[in-house]
Design a protein around this ligand. Sequence first.
Ligand code: SF4
Ligand code: FES
Length: 248
Amino acid sequence: MKLNLKIWRQKDAKSKGQMITYPLNGVDGDMSFLEMLDILNEDLVNKGEEPVEFDHDCREGICGTCSLQINGEPHGPDRLVTTCQLHMRKFNDGDTIIIEPFRAKAFPVIKDLVVDRSSFDRIQQAGGFISVNTSGNTVDANAIPIEKHVADKAMDAATCIGCGACVAACKNASAMLFTSAKVSQFALLPQGQVEAADRVQHMVRQMDLEGFGNCTNTGACEVECPKGISLENIARMNREYLSANIKG
Ligand code: SF4
Ligand code: FES
């Protein structure tokens, strides 16, 4: 395939960015999107030009680092896959592909397609954990019976990889889907209920402090989420938040 890539280039956080066009030949349908970018970068390096910076790590859909806005959609046109799992067979010979960083005030651009998502880390640190005494007298988690459908819901919420596609998809740049997945994975289980009220209050406060927008129920986050995280989690977080505030 021969492609026409229009890629956002930005030297650093303070510089102004712009779209640059790169024609690319020899792209195979079996390549992943990131392998296609590797080929472009090899060409650029061979020509003595700066390669395009983009985030990636596992390339297996696990780590959540490969954040790219492709033709206006986070992680591109496929559903339930991350950018690293998107294959070039989803595109046609002669296509123009527009590649941008995730856009949100709380995700400032570091360079080219790389954004700073440490705001997610700070939300997680505000309460996305349980405090367990591990000094030797810990109760085996499996000793507490949990109904299968509850365990399944908690597991589904725990599959959030923190990629930020939900924020990039949302017209309000809301982080409600991410935060609610992190709240839900604990709120659903007895082990998470001890600190449930503090958790939801602290995580929502941090989410607001980071400058994410509000949820207006458009549902774009759920559509673009590579892990199929359900809007149901946002409803659960809202209930948890209301109940925590009523209890004081
Ligand atoms: S909720 Fe989905 S889109 Fe948002 S960070 Fe988690 S995995 Fe990514
Ligand atoms: S590189 Fe890890 S999810 Fe894509």
